[in-house]
Design a protein around this ligand. Structure first.
Ligand SMILES: Cc1cc2nc3c(=O)[nH]c(=O)nc-3n(C[C@H](O)[C@H](O)[C@H](O)COP(=O)(O)OP(=O)(O)OC[C@H]3O[C@@H](n4cnc5c(N)ncnc54)[C@H](O)[C@@H]3O)c2cc1C
Length: 283
């Protein structure tokens, strides 16, 4: 059997532009696709006589077996992503054009929550590194809503770092869950959503946290200026609360974010693999 035989044909069902060069793609599949939240699929794109394949973390819940959602950013010098912003390709993938088609294989990857590990969770994402956490949060929430009594109480702290406020994909969905958490303090699945913007000087309307995601894990002393600012308050709270005995940390996306979190938390007694799981999108 060739790899081709394992490929599941995928038709573009919807494409939602979050911001310039940032979109959520939903593909419907010809066959069921089984995966664990946090895993990725290999996405195959054929267009203009060429086929390219790239890994993409799955953002949808595994309960949707015939549909996969990906959260993808446009890479200007990239080989595959510019096609996903090409109207001809988008039309071809939607209509099922013989010269322009997509497929998926997989799943792959070990960036998944250990079902035996009952610690609270700290998710750190940069950019589209949010995708696997969306799948995990959606599945946890479905499980909680299906049987609230049986659900093992869990707090999730989600730190999402992006350049601009408009790049905060899935913001409404996450804010909704975070608000439900504070409205019902007995809710067994609690989400603390912590978005942060690294280029706040472009959009002055942003009143939230500033700086890269990984810097929120550092000690406040590492940063100049007064200790009394919102970023340092969050650093202090996270520093006091998050311990390897009680929290497992997952970090995904930009290599600088992954390395930064690993470096800071290693100094605080966290061990890679046991306490920190990571997924880098590129070297
Ligand atoms: C396990 C895994 C899961 C991934 N999941 C996602 C995902 O959910 N969403 C997503 O957008 N990407 C994801 N990626 C990255 C994705 O596979 C591609 O590398 C990316 O879409 C660029 O593809 P390309 O063909 O356009 O660029 P390429 O021709 O492959 O690369 C061009 C250059 O861009 C750099 N680059 C690669 N990815 C990025 C990026 N995201 N931002 C900036 N520069 C980049 C590369 O280092 C390279 O130098 C994932 C990668 C891995 C390894």
């Amino acid at each position: 059997m060739s790899t081709h035989d394992f490929r599941i044909p995928a038709t573009l069902e919807s494409r939602f532009e979050v911001s310039d060069g940032l979109a959520v793609f939903r593909f419907s599949l010809e066959r069921d696709f089984h995966f664990v939240p946090g895993q990725y699929a290999t996405f195959w794109l054929t267009h203009g006589g060429k086929t390219l394949a790239r890994p993409y973390s799955i953002a949808s819940s595994p309960s949707e077996k015939r549909s996969l959602e990906f959260y993808i950013n446009f890479v200007r010098e990239g080989k595959l992503t510019p096609s996903l912003w090409d109207p001809e390709v988008i039309t071809g993938l939607t209509r099922g054009d013989p010269g322009t088609h997509a497929a998926v294989t997989g799943p792959k990857g070990r960036f998944v929550v250990d079902p035996e590990d009952m610690r609270d969770l700290v998710f750190v994402a940069s950019g589209t590194g949010l995708a696997p956490f969306i799948s995990m949060i959606r599945k946890f929430n479905e499980d909680y809503l299906a049987s609230p009594k049986a659900f093992h109480a869990r707090k999730i702290y989600l730190i999402h770092g992006v350049s601009y406020p408009s790049h905060l994909g899935y913001r409404e969905e996450l804010e909704r869950l975070a608000v439900e958490t504070v409205r019902d303090l007995k809710r067994k699945l609690a989400l603390v959503y912590i978005p942060t913007i690294s280029r706040p000087y472009i959009d002055f309307s942003w009143k939230g946290l500033k700086g890269r995601a990984e810097t929120l894990m550092e000690a406040p002393g590492a940063h100049e200026g007064t200790i009394i600012n919102p970023e340092n308050m969050v650093r202090i709270i996270l520093g006091v609360m998050i311990r390897p005995e009680t929290h497992a940390v997952y970090v995904c996306g930009h290599p600088g974010t992954v390395d930064g979190v690993v470096e800071t938390l290693s100094r605080r007694g966290f061990h890679v693999d046991r306490d920190i799981k990571r997924e880098k999108y590129y070297p």
